[in-house]
Design a protein around this ligand. Sequence first.
Ligand code: C2O
Ligand code: CU
Ligand code: CU
Length: 443
Amino acid sequence: MYFDLDIQSGISQILPNVSTKTWGINQPFLGVTLRANKGDSVHVNVTNSLHKTTTLHWHGVKLPAKADGGPHQPIKPSAKWLSEFDIIQPAASLWYHSHQMHETGEQVYKGLAGMFIIDDENSQSLNLPSEYGVDDFPVIIQDKDFNQDGSMQYLSSMRDSMMGKKGATILVNGVINPVLKAKRSLIRLRILNSSNARIYQLQFDDNRPFKIIASDGGLLEKPITSKKFTIAPAERVEIVVDVADGSMPILKHHANHDSMSGMGGRGMMNEKKEFNIFQIDGSQAALSTATVVEKLSVHATYSREVAVQERLMTLQMNMGPQLMAAALFGSKDLLTINDKSMDMQRIDEVVKAGTVEVWTIKNDSMHAHPFHIHNVQFKVISREGGIKGHELGYKDVVLVHPDETVEVIMKFPNFSDANTPYMYHCHILEHEDRGMMGQFVVV
Ligand code: C2O
Ligand code: CU
Ligand code: CU
């Protein structure tokens, strides 16, 4: 499978009367959807047509470190980068985005993000809604602020860079308030939260139930009927919605009390707590012949006993005097994992290829952090509030609430490279850019 990708800038019509300068991949804004099958050898030839150095990271993909597209694989303006890897994992809605050191937040905000869908024999045999653009849709959710002249407004305050940039306008696939005119009664939505920092609590305005069928790493073992779910930055949740009743449900974000607690909560007091995401118009939908069966996939599970190594990751936001110093001197070292801010020259952890590990992620701050690990899909094995919904599936990001501790178990693939690290980090992009990131090599 060969892909030619061109990272470019462009002009997009997002707001009614003004145009906006945007970035995209093979199009002016956001990236085209990539699709491959398990077993494929993927060759991606990336050209950077921007005036800025950037990278393209394959989020959620198990691959050799050199192909990962993290901060160690920068692509200079006019340069090319070839990334090659085999798809060794099951069907899933993965994604790709810029991972440029200290600039990921700004570059993803401008549009350097797209979906990467993997199919396999199992996913194709299930009779799930799977006709792209007909009953199977990517739903890339982002929130932005715009200036009067239509330009995007990125970090304009110290608060944004500490709490993460949240915008007052919600875009779905680059469009404000779109309506999906359903042609079939069963609609599959591959929802990706590609926002820099906002955590969404999603539900339909009529509170209708739907089926959650997949998490970050692919299909769940069995579907879960639900009326709402939480999706943190970088997470993916696939749902199947039935609109056979011909109605027009609106998918909404409604922040509950829970997510408003802690420091992030106080900062959000004067912020809108409810947004419409998009609407499905079921009035023209023909009865679907697709189904959601009770057995979607079989997961390999690892017990704690087979883990050869445990690691503790403590997430910290240094407030008080350090915050003052940072405000004065523009320090990037305010946010840490295990008391260290990201340093590209330092390897923090060394993992043995092909082994199982348990990582304990401890949030020592008053802000929620979605923690992400490259090159693996893990299972959450313990969390205070219990494990439910899409968190029962394979994950590559897990939301860790203030003062919470979460444990995950994973098997590292067999790729080894002592010289090229993978990243683990908070996926609030402003936190990542300001140091809440570390590096591991697999040997
Ligand atoms: Cu989604 Cu390190 O990235
Ligand atoms: Cu990643
Ligand atoms: Cu964070």
